[in-house]
Design a protein around this ligand. Structure first.
Ligand SMILES: Cc1cc2nc3c(=O)[nH]c(=O)nc-3n(C[C@H](O)[C@H](O)[C@H](O)COP(=O)(O)O)c2cc1C
Length: 391
C-alpha cells in the first residue's frame, strides 16, 4: 500500500489532499464529511468578519461557465460564513473534529491585523486546530475598506498580517494569496520574511460571470471569483514562479479535477493540494477517487514518498528569451498514423496551420520548410500522427 503521508509546515498529514476553505466546509458536519471521505486535512469556510464587507448576497451566488455544453469553471459571489466565530466554535468545531480530523482554520484578514490575530488566538485556545490560513484574497470586496484581494496585492499589508498573527499564536501560520495580481513573487517573499510557515496559492480569480443575452442582464450583478478547471494554468503559473523564489512550503489550489492535476502541482513545487470546485460538482467522495488513483500512480512509478517528485518540473522552466535561442523544431507526419493519408477525410491540422506548412492536394502534403515550429497541428491531431522534431 503506497504511503501518501506528507509533512507540511511541520505537521504530518495522512495524505496531501485538503478541502479548500469554501462552501463544502460550511459547518462542522460538512467539514467532517470531507475528512470521512479521506481528505488529509480540512479547511472550513473562512470565519465571519464583522462589517459591511462581510454581508452575504442571497440573490443567486454561483454560475457555471461552459464551453458549449461542457463545464469549464464557475464564478461565485459568495463571501464568508454567515456564522459568528463564537457560534462556529460553540456549535460546529467539535463536529468538524470528529474522528481526530486535522482542521486548518481560515481566518479572514481584518484591516487591523490585531483583530485578525485576536480571532486566531481565540481559535488556538480551543486546542482543536492544527494551523491557520490567513485569507487576504477574497476577490469580491473592492471598496474603500481595501480588504480581500486588495489587501493581498500589497506586500507590506501581507507582511504586517503575518507578523502580527505569528507573534500572537504558536501554531503554524500560512497565508492564502490572490491570483489577481500581475506578480505574486514579491508578495510571497514579504510573507516569508514576516515568518509565514506556508503559502496557499491561490484563491479564485476576480472575474465577471457573463451576460444573459435574452435579457441583457449580467448573469451575476457583481464581480466574483472564477474557479474550477479553467483557472489551473493561471494558478500553476503563480505556484511555479513562487516555488522558485521562496523556501517555505506551498499548498496549491486551483482547478484540480483529476489525480494528474495533483501530480502536476507537486511537480511544480506544491506539498499539499487543496480542492474546492470539484467537491462542489462531484461530492466529497471525489477525495476517495483521487486518493485511489494516486495510490495506483505511486505503486506504478515505484515511489516511496510523494517528496520524490516535488519540484521535478521546475528546473526546466526558462525565460522565453532563452527558449527562442534553442534549435527550432518542425512538424513531421507519421504516414501510418495520419487519418488523412490512410483513410482520407480528416483535415483538422490544416485548419490550425497559419504558416502555409500544411496543404491538401488532395491528400496531406507537409511543407516542412514553411513550418514555424508552433506545434498547434500536433496538439489538434486526433491520431497523434504529427510530432515536432529537429530539422
Ligand atoms: C463558492 C465558493 C466559496 C468560496 N469561499 C471561500 C472562502 O470562504 N475562503 C477562501 O479562502 N476561499 C474561498 N473560496 C476559494 C476556494 O477555496 C479555492 O481557492 C478556489 O475555489 C480555487 O480552487 P478550485 O478551482 O478547486 O475551486 C471559495 C470558492 C467557491 C467556489
Amino acid at each position: 500500500m503506497a504511503n501518501l503521508e506528507v509533512t507540511f509546515a511541520g505537521i504530518k498529514f495522512r495524505n496531501p489532499l485538503i478541502l479548500a476553505s469554501a462552501t463544502p466546509g460550511w459547518d462542522g458536519e460538512r467539514s467532517n464529511r470531507a475528512w470521512r471521505a479521506g481528505a488529509g486535512a480540512v479547511i472550513p469556510k473562512s470565519f465571519a468578519p464583522p462589517g459591511r464587507w462581510g454581508q452575504h448576497p442571497r440573490t443567486g451566488r454561483m454560475k457555471l461557465i461552459k464551453s458549449g455544453k461542457k463545464r469549464i469553471g464557475m464564478v461565485n459571489i459568495e463571501l464568508y460564513t454567515t456564522m459568528t466565530l463564537q457560534d462556529w466554535l460553540d456549535r460546529e468545531l467539535d463536529k468538524a473534529c470528529e474522528g481526530n480530523s486535522s482542521i486548518i482554520a481560515s481566518v479572514v484578514a481584518h484591516p487591523n491585523p490585531e483583530d485578525t490575530a485576536r480571532n486566531a488566538q481565540i481559535i488556538e485556545e480551543t486546542g482543536k486546530v492544527v494551523m491557520f490560513e490567513i485569507n487576504v484574497s477574497c476577490p469580491m470586496p473592492a471598496g474603500e475598506d481595501k480588504v480581500g484581494f486588495q489587501m493581498g496585492n500589497d506586500p507590506e499589508t501581507c507582511y504586517r498580517q503575518v507578523e502580527t498573527i505569528k507573534s500572537a499564536v504558536s501554531l503554524p501560520v500560512g497565508i492564502k494569496l490572490t491570483p489577481t495580481t500581475h506578480n505574486m513573487v514579491p508578495i510571497a517573499q514579504a510573507c516569508e520574511r514576516a515568518g509565514a510557515d506556508f503559502l496557499t496559492i491561490a484563491n479564485s480569480v476576480r472575474s465577471f460571470a457573463g451576460v444573459d443575452i435574452s435579457t441583457g442582464m449580467p448573469k451575476l450583478c457583481a464581480y466574483g471569483g472564477y474557479t474550477g478547471p479553467a483557472i489551473k494554468p493561471i494558478t500553476q503559473r503563480h505556484v511555479s514562479e513562487v516555488a522558485r523564489a521562496v523556501n517555505i512550503p506551498i499548498s496549491a489550489v486551483g482547478g484540480v479535477s483529476t489525480w494528474e492535476d495533483v501530480i502536476e502541482y507537486m511537480m511544480i513545487g506544491a506539498t499539499t493540494i487543496q480542492i474546492c470546485t470539484s467537491i462542489m460538482w462531484h461530492g466529497y467522495d471525489f477525495f476517495k477517487e483521487v486518493l485511489d488513483d494516486l495510490t495506483v500512480y505511486m505503486e506504478r512509478e515505484g515511489l516511496d514518498s510523494l517528496e520524490q517528485i516535488r519540484g521535478k518540473a521546475l528546473p526546466h522552466i526558462v525565460p522565453i528569451e532563452e527558449l527562442a535561442k534553442r534549435r527550432p523544431l518542425m512538424a513531421q507526419v507519421d504516414p501510418e498514423k495520419c487519418i488523412n493519408l490512410t483513410k482520407g477525410g480528416c483535415e483538422l491540422c490544416g485548419d490550425s496551420c497559419f504558416y502555409g506548412a500544411i496543404e491538401f492536394a488532395p491528400k496531406l502534403i507537409l511543407h516542412r520548410e514553411n513550418c514555424d515550429g508552433c506545434g498547434l497541428c500536433t496538439e489538434v491531431c486526433p491520431a497523434g500522427a504529427l510530432k515536432l522534431l529537429p530539422e
